[in-house]
Each structure stands twice: as C-alpha cells, then as structure tokens.
Design a protein around this ligand. Structure first.
Ligand SMILES: *Cc1c(COP(=O)(O)O)cnc(C)c1O
Length: 384
C-alpha cells in the first residue's frame, strides 16, 4: 500500500490492499480449512491451529472493521449480532450490575430480561440519553458495564458517548456501544471513550441483506477483552469463512452506500416533516430532534440511514400505509441497499416503548424521489 496515510474509505475499498501471494489476485481467496499442519516439533509456527478460533478470511474481514472503528485492540466477528452482544454480557460475572438503554434492539432487551437475569446479572434499564438518570443508575464499584445503543432503535434517541464513558469510567464500569445504526462512517465510539463497540454486521456493514453476522471492537487489549475472546472461542459463536468473505465484500462499498443512504434519509426526513399525514418525523438530523445537537457533535457525514414516522390516524392508518407500499419492502431488519418499512409495535409486543402509530424506515440506495412518492401514495391509501 501507499506510504502516505490513507483515508479509511481507500483502505476499505481495497479490503486493506491485501493481494493473494500465490496468484497476485486482487481479491484474496476464501480460506476453508478447519485444521492446519503442525511443525515437526509440534508447534504451530503459522499461528493457525484449528478452525474454530483461527480462520484467515475471518481475520481479514476483522482487520477491515478494526481499521474502520479505529480499534487498537482489534475486532472479533461472530455468527450474528446477538452472538456478539451476548458475548459481552457473558464475559461478566454473576451478581455484576449492568445499566442498559431503555430504548434498544428489542431481542437484546428481551434476552437481558430473561436469560441474562437467569445467569445472575442485575440489569437496570434507563434512558441513557438522560445523563442525570444514567449517573443516578450507575453504582460505583458495583456497576461493571454500561450498554448504550445510539442512535437507538426505533426512536433514534442519541446518547452522548463521551459523557456516558466518563460516567461509566468514574464508577469503574466499561462502556459498550451498539453502533449498528450509526456505522463507523458516522461515529467511532472508541475514539469518544467507549471501551467496546458492537455491530449487527447483518445490517449496513454487509449492506445486502444476505449475511447474518455480528462484531465487537475494543479499544484496549485488557482482561475484559480477553474474557470476551475466550467466550467466543469456547462457546463457538464464530462466523463462517463464506459469510466473512461476503461481509468483507460488503464493507468495500460501505462509504458509497452510506453516503447515498444518509443523504436520502435526510431528504426524506425533511420532506416527510411537511407531509399532512405525518404527525412526527423521528430523525437525529432534524434540528427539532431532542438529540440533534449531540448527534451533530458525535456523528460525521450525516445522521445515518434510519428514521421513523408517526402517522396521523393512529395504529390503523400506520398498519394500512405499510400494507400499501409498492417500492419499499415490508420487512424487518435494516441497512440493506433496498428500503424497508416496518410497523414496529406489532412485532415488539406489550411493554415496548415504541408508539403504535410508528413506522420504521430503513433507507436504501433507490432513487429518493421514487422512495418519497411510494410513501406518499401509501400514506394516502392508509387514510382512505
Ligand atoms: C439487528 C440488530 C441486532 C442483532 O443482530 P443480529 O445479527 O440480527 O443478531 C442488534 N442491535 C441492533 C441495533 C440491530 O439492529
């Protein structure tokens, strides 16, 4: 690679510039071996012992993500976002106190309330965008982890990562950030003081709705990170080499996808704010969003690809509008090149902080005018 320091987009576009040593191919091969030859003295001078922890394709994808997140201690890929997230909690000890965002990815919240509690973790949910509430919940010497999702699903509240890190560290706790909906193009939480970043790589990192994967990145190679590594290695929540290859291929175009998706999300948020059948647009890029000022500080190159709308006419109009989309795909998940729409309250069920009149929009790379026109006709059909 060039001698000058390169922009992350250049490094990502070439997957760190790696060339296949045998053929000089500009794309490296997918490594599929599950076991490796030992040296004559039984050592493993290659550094590769067995397929569960050791796979070169997985490591190459990890090196791209570690670069993007400026993760000094590196990145670890997992078989899903949930496998990555739960590994952080499983690296804690029974009795440890955890403070987590009240508004967060629904399946993780549900796992924390059921499985994590069974394993003896004490979980407390607070609005992590409310720093006074966060400070009051964190117990010095007792709280071991603060888990914040920002922007948080599906209201897109913004947690001040630098301030949350200060509060966590003052109490002797780590800060982990689920940055799935920001992506490293917009926010690099480790540079703001977070200790661990988690991604559902299934979403915008891969970007094509064809891989389930998760990732963790860390700032310091300390005892806690080594616990996380052990959890992955021993419990086996690894990513396969084919998925790692697809993820790496996806990350090569992350910057261009994010630019298009984010610009379109902003344009949609602005236009929908003036739509007579939209009561409220939730998007951190809008000046009236409660987290806008913090988002403007901790997000670069725009405010992400996710927004939600609350429709006039309540739950019935929202469900009906989603039923009438033609270009948007009515499906769960987010971050792909195709735009998705979802009525979240009906999937999250009772106890969800999600309003019943809310539709979540994941913005793809289609023509933004086509996207707006599709929503416009669907909203009108929802009111007919
Ligand atoms: C999808 C998602 C997850 C879980 O990831 P999976 O790959 O589906 O297990 C976690 N956090 C957020 C914010 C997500 O959107």
């Amino acid at each position: 690679m060039a001698k000058r320091p390169l922009h992350p987009r250049s490094l990502a576009a070439q997957a760190m510039g790696k060339i296949d040593p045998l053929t000089k191919g500009v794309v490296t091969p997918i490594h599929i071996a599950t076991t490796y030859i030992r040296d004559e003295d039984n050592a493993y001078s290659s550094g590769f012992v067995y397929g569960r922890p050791d796979n070169e394709t997985v490591r190459e994808a990890e090196s791209v993500l570690a670069m993007l997140e400026e993760a000094k201690a590196g990145a670890l890929l997992f078989g899903s976002g949930m496998a990555a997230a739960t590994a952080v909690f499983q690296a804690l000890s029974p009795g440890d106190h955890v403070v987590a965002s009240k508004v967060m990815y629904w399946a993780l919240r549900s796992w924390l309330l059921t499985e994590a509690t069974r394993w003896g973790l004490k979980i407390e949910f607070v609005e992590t965008d409310d720093l006074a509430a966060l400070k009051a919940a964190v117990k010095p010497g007792v709280t071991k982890l603060v888990w914040a999702e920002t922007p948080s699903n599906p209201l897109w509240t913004i947690t001040d990562i630098a301030a949350a890190a200060e509060i966590a560290h003052a109490a002797g706790a780590k800060l982990a950030v689920d940055s799935t909906c920001a992506s490293p193009v917009h926010t690099r939480p480790l540079t703001l003081g977070a200790d661990i970043v988690m991604h559902a790589a299934t979403k915008v990192l891969n970007g094509h709705s064809d891989v389930v994967a998760g990732a963790l990145c860390a700032r310091e190679d300390d005892a806690f990170w080594n616990r996380v590594k052990t959890v992955r290695k021993m419990q086996g929540g690894i990513l396969g080499p084919f998925e790692a290859y697809l993820l790496m291929r996806g990350m090569r175009t992350l910057h261009v996808r994010q630019e298009r998706q984010t610009a379109s999300a902003m344009a949609l948020a602005q236009k929908l704010s003036a739509h007579p059948l939209v009561a409220r647009v939730l998007y951190p890029g809008l000046p009236q969003h409660p987290g806008h000022d913090i988002a403007a500080r901790q997000m670069q190159h725009g405010f992400g690809y996710m927004l939600s709308i609350q429709v006039t006419g309540g739950e019935r109009a929202a469900v009906k509008a989603a039923a009438h989309v033609e270009l948007y795909k009515r499906a769960t998940s987010l971050g792909g090149v195709e735009s998705l729409i979802e009525h979240r309250a009906s999937i999250e069920g009772p106890g969800s902080p999600c309003p019943v009149d809310l539709l979540r929009l994941s913005t793809g790379i289609e023509d933004v005018e086509d996207l707006y026109n599709d929503l416009d006709q669907a909203l009108k059909a929802g009111h007919a």
